[in-house]
Design a binder for this molecule. Structure first.
Ligand code: SF4
Ligand code: SF4
Length: 375
């Protein structure tokens, strides 16, 4: 029997075992296709790829991290189908979740490296200071481990801001001289999925893109996939109409806060942050920080944290926005930007529709939830 048929039957068996019927599986594929900003007609291709692909080997390395990205990845949108997608990967080395330890664990990594063609997922920054002594595993520094793993890798996926750009460990005064992965290795395709943590849907969608098309998705100049980081938070935010109308929260719990008004004057960094949080949301797409009443802290931008703190103060020189004056002299003069915002809002609705979330009504504190929008 051809290998592909065996694979399809095996997948079908697992679908049944997980209590997931084919309709639900296709719906999940449709959601991933939408997250990838691909036309709906690619859904079948994504499904076929997942049904037929050979299990790619994954080496998941953790350096200066909190394991938050692992936690995020283990909590996918739909546990049944998410487990299935995980089952399509051969995670040969992952310190946090693997049963093996010590020499056994290192041997598993070395055997995978010897085979070549694996994907390396990196979580956490790499300390360069003092020869790398601030992060050693199995007697090797993070620098050595990363360099060894990169040699035969098909691709490196950096999950979280720390492995992408250095993140929290890199915050001034950066005592360990922490850096992101691309500052240590080169010559292999590298993609960054920054965020604190990275969103599980974006990690899954990136892996699914690789499995479907055999390559990583297109990126911006900061190495981030455009499907996830091509839109500014501010342009897809459900509170945007309040920004444009000059309706701002001025104090936690004030009347504007209760009505879901804009959080810019409470320190929201959405105007200078590129991420699809308002579109795909978090916690099984139920909400996201701004939807829950807290400003975006800009966790997915390079040089987070230094450039984004104090979290609760407007930054006078927010890059890519320059709207301090605009926010103070607010009016109706930002029609073009608003149109962009409505465009992104449309994408969000499309994803929510394909995920079957469209009938749930407005998110708490959302623009739709604000009935009159005035004082
Ligand atoms: S809450 Fe933040 S992201 Fe949303 S409109 Fe206001 S400033 Fe922009
Ligand atoms: S809303 Fe902002 S701070 Fe929150 S996860 Fe998204 S990018 Fe990070």
């Amino acid at each position: 029997m051809p290998a592909m048929e065996t694979r399809e039957r095996a997948l079908g068996d697992r679908l049944a075992q997980f209590g997931v019927n084919r309709r639900t599986f296709l719906k999940y594929c449709a959601t991933l296709t939408a997250v990838l900003a691909l036309p709906a007609r690619f859904t079948e291709r994504v499904a076929r790829a997942l049904e037929s692909v050979e299990k790619p080997s994954i080496i998941w390395l953790e350096f200066q991290d909190c394991a938050g990205d692992t936690e995020s990845f283990l909590r996918s949108r739909n546990p049944g189908v998410g487990d299935l997608i995980l089952d399509l990967l051969s995670v040969d080395y992952h310190e946090t979740i693997m049963a093996a330890a010590g020499f056994q664990a290192e041997a598993a990594k070395e055997a995978t490296i010897a085979k070549g063609g694996y994907i390396v997922v990196v979580e956490g920054s790499v300390p360069m200071g003092d020869g790398g002594v601030y992060c050693t595993i199995g007697g090797k520094t993070a620098i050595q481990i990363l360099e060894e793993a990169a040699v035969g890798a098909a691709a490196i996926i950096n999950v979280g801001t720390c492995s992408a750009y250095g993140g929290l460990p890199k915050a001034a005064p950066n005592p360990t001289r922490a850096v992101g992965v691309a500052s240590v290795v080169s010559g292999v395709p590298i993609i960054n999925l920054p965020g604190c943590p990275a969103n599980a849907d974006n990690i899954t969608a990136t892996l699914v893109h690789y499995l479907t098309f055999g390559s990583l998705p297109a990126t911006d100049s900061k190495g981030r996939p455009l499907f996830a980081y091509g839109t500014r938070i501010h342009d897809a935010c459900e509170r945007r109409a309040h920004f444009d109308a000059g309706q701002f929260v001025l104090e936690w719990g004030d009347a504007g806060h209760k009505r879901g008004w804009c959080l810019y004057k409470m320190g929201c960094k959405g105007p200078s942050t590129f991420h699809n949080c308002p579109i795909i949301r978090w916690n099984e797409a139920t909400s996201w920080p701004v939807g829950s009443g807290h400003g975006c802290v800009g966790c997915s931008e390079p040089d987070f944290w230094d450039t984004m703190t104090d979290f609760y103060v407007r930054l006078p020189k927010v890059t890519g926005f320059g709207a301090e004056a605009t926010a103070d002299k607010i009016g109706l003069g930002i029609a073009a930007a608003t149109a962009v915002g409505f465009g992104a809002h449309g994408i969000a609705k499309a994803i929510q529709r394909r995920a079957g979330l469209g009938s749930e009504g407005p998110a708490p504190g959302s623009m739709e939830d604000d009935t009159d929008g005035s004082e």
